[in-house]
Each structure stands twice: as structure tokens, then as C-alpha cells.
Design a protein around this ligand. Structure first.
Ligand code: NAP
Length: 296
């Protein structure tokens, strides 16, 4: 049997530590969450984020707009939050309804309050390898690898997916840890030939059943990021055929209970980092000092 990478348990211990750290701060870290529209999945994610903040002793503010809200009104609300000293992190729940210019909205968030790490300045610093913030999903996977002493250095890492929020930053994180990184996507010609090279296989395509046992190298570490909701049962499944792949790999994440809880915990960690920066409590490195100077 492979080692099951238990993201649920690890996330719970990280939340406990964050709660302890937050209690030592001169004021509560503050997170603002903006939700537009009534998409049930987005509503659930937002509810969970607010609940997580409460559990860790953070102050949180939910701003819920109807889908009819104007882009200018949304930008105005973000501008006020950028200037609000009680708010350390601002999050706009994505995807926004199609009528919004998502990029414009994200770029209006102060990089020093960009708790999701999606602002181009933070993305640029991440590419340069010196960011204090990382998008939550890759950051959570990095922590999961650390917790199970999985070394990336020198390993062949195959990432399936090249989205801005998961695939691309995931590959960068593995590269920063000295992995040899191969990105795969919907234009990759022979996916199985690529995945069979992987010592570490990260799957984030959103295609249930994509990865079968014959596509996995003996002893590989398999991280299934996907959360596909079964239309019949309503349950979540990943992209990896867990029951067959588990007999081949050395480590594997379950779905649910693997990457998902880690993503949630990393949002809190990013918020704590930003709160410390704003309170002048983080030992400033060059990057974080510059971030504050430029944007405050
Ligand atoms: P996305 O923006 O839809 O990106 C999917 C990526 O997979 C794209 O790069 C796409 O290629 C690639 N792809 C699709 N079909 C493929 C195939 N047959 N072979 C190879 N590559 C293929 O999705 P995302 O936001 O990155 O999310 C990916 C999955 O992770 C979803 O299931 C999502 O629900 C889940 N997710 C989970 C968490 C978590 O915390 N567990 C967090 C975020 C997302 P192209 O670029 O060529 O289109």
C-alpha cells in the first residue's frame, strides 16, 4: 500500500498553529472576501473561507454583491479595502460572472493585500523566485511534500495543467526546489509517455479518470489536485483512478481529503504572512520590504 498523503490532518494541525500565532499578534488579522452572484459552488467556498478565518481568530468581512453590480462599484469597494487598516488580505472569489474583466479586478487589489497571490507583481516575484506569497494550491502541495519528507531536488516532475492558479505556479514551485519540470496540457501529444517519466506527478486537469495505472511509473508520488463533482452522486472525485494507481505509486493524495484542505489552510497562512508584514513583525527580506514600500 502507498502512503496516503493526509491533507485533512495536516491542514488541521496547520490551522491550530495559525490560531496560536494569530493570538500573539497585537491585533486580529483581517480578511475581506468579495463574492459576486449566486453560484452555489462559489458560495460554498466563500462560506468555508469565512468559517476558517473565524476558527483561527481572524476578523473577516464578507461583501456579497448581486450579479447586477457594476464593475466600477466593485473597483470602488476594493479601493476602500486597500485603504482599510483592519484588512490584511483581500480575496475576490473566482470565477467572476462573464461580464466582468477579471484581470482588471485582480490588478486593482493592492499587491500587499493580495492574499491569493494572483496580482501580476506577486506573480512576477514568484517567477523570480523571491516571493513571500504563493497561490494557495501549489503552496499547500509544497507543504504536503515537506510534511512527508518528499524531496523534489533532481526529480522528474510532470505537471498536468497550465492554469494561472494551479498548473503554472505549481511547476515554478517545483523548479525552485530543483525539480526537472515538464508541463502537460490539452495539446500534449502523448500524455502517457510524459506521465510515465514522472517521479512526482501532479494532476490538475479536471478530467475524471484521466490517469490510469499504465500511465504511472513504479514508486511515483501522485498528487491529484482535481475536484470533479459527480453529477449523479454529488460526490467529489479526482482525475486519478485511485483504486488502480494506488498499487503502483509510493505516495498518493485522496480526493477529497488531500489537496483541498491544504489549499484552504494556505489561504490563512498567506493572510497571516500579510498581517505580520503590515504589523512590521516579519523579519523583512528584500522582497517584502519592497512590497510595502511600493504599495503603502
Ligand atoms: P483549468 O483552468 O480548467 O485548467 C485545466 C488544465 O488542464 C488546462 O491547462 C488544460 O489544458 C489541462 N487539460 C485539460 N484536459 C486535459 C487533458 N485531457 N490532458 C492534458 N491536459 C488537460 O482548471 P484549474 O483551475 O487549473 O483546476 C484544475 C482542477 O483542479 C479542477 O478540477 C479544479 O476543480 C481543481 N482545483 C482544485 C483545487 C484544490 O484545492 N483541490 C484548487 C483549484 C483547482 P489547456 O491549457 O490546453 O486548456
Amino acid at each position: 500500500m502507498p502512503t496516503i498523503l493526509d491533507g485533512k490532518a495536516l491542514a488541521a494541525s496547520i490551522r491550530r498553529r495559525i490560531q496560536e500565532e494569530a493570538a500573539k499578534l497585537p491585533r486580529r488579522p483581517g480578511v475581506a472576501v468579495i463574492l459576486v452572484g449566486d453560484d452555489p459552488a462559489s458560495q460554498l467556498y466563500v462560506t468555508n473561507k469565512i468559517k476558517d478565518c473565524g476558527e483561527c481568530g481572524f476578523f473577516s468581512r464578507l461583501i456579497h454583491y448581486p450579479v447586477s453590480v457594476s464593475e466600477e462599484e466593485l473597483l470602488g469597494a476594493i479601493s476602500k479595502l486597500n485603504d482599510d487598516a483592519a484588512i490584511d488580505g483581500i480575496l475576490v472569489q473566482l470565477p467572476l460572472p462573464a461580464s466582468f474583466n477579471e484581470r482588471r479586478i485582480i490588478e486593482s487589489i493592492s499587491p500587499a493585500k493580495d492574499v491569493d497571490a494572483f496580482h501580476p507583481l506577486n506573480v512576477g516575484r514568484m517567477v523570480q523566485g523571491d516571493s513571500v506569497l504563493w497561490p494557495c494550491t501549489p503552496r499547500g502541495i509544497g507543504r504536503l511534500l515537506d510534511a512527508y519528507h518528499i524531496c523534489v531536488d533532481g526529480k522528474t516532475c510532470v505537471v498536468i495543467g497550465r492554469s494561472e492558479i494551479v498548473g503554472k505556479p505549481m511547476g515554478l514551485l517545483l523548479l525552485q526546489r530543483h525539480g526537472t519540470v515538464i508541463y502537460c496540457h490539452s495539446h500534449t501529444q502523448d500524455l502517457a509517455a510524459m506521465t510515465r517519466l514522472a517521479d512526482i506527478l501532479i494532476v490538475a486537469a479536471g478530467r475524471p479518470g484521466l490517469i490510469t495505472a499504465d500511465m504511472v511509473k513504479d514508486g511515483a508520488v501522485v498528487i491529484d489536485v482535481a475536484m470533479n463533482r459527480d453529477p449523479v452522486t454529488g460526490k467529489f472525485t479526482g482525475d486519478v483512478c485511485f483504486d488502480e494507481v494506488k498499487d503502483i505509486c509510493s505516495h498518493i493524495t485522496p480526493v477529497p481529503g488531500g489537496v483541498g484542505p491544504m489549499t484552504r489552510a494556505m489561504l490563512l497562512e498567506n493572510a497571516l504572512t500579510l498581517a505580520r508584514l503590515h504589523m512590521g513583525l516579519l523579519a523583512f527580506d528584500k522582497t517584502s520590504a519592497a512590497l510595502l514600500e511600493e504599495y503603502h
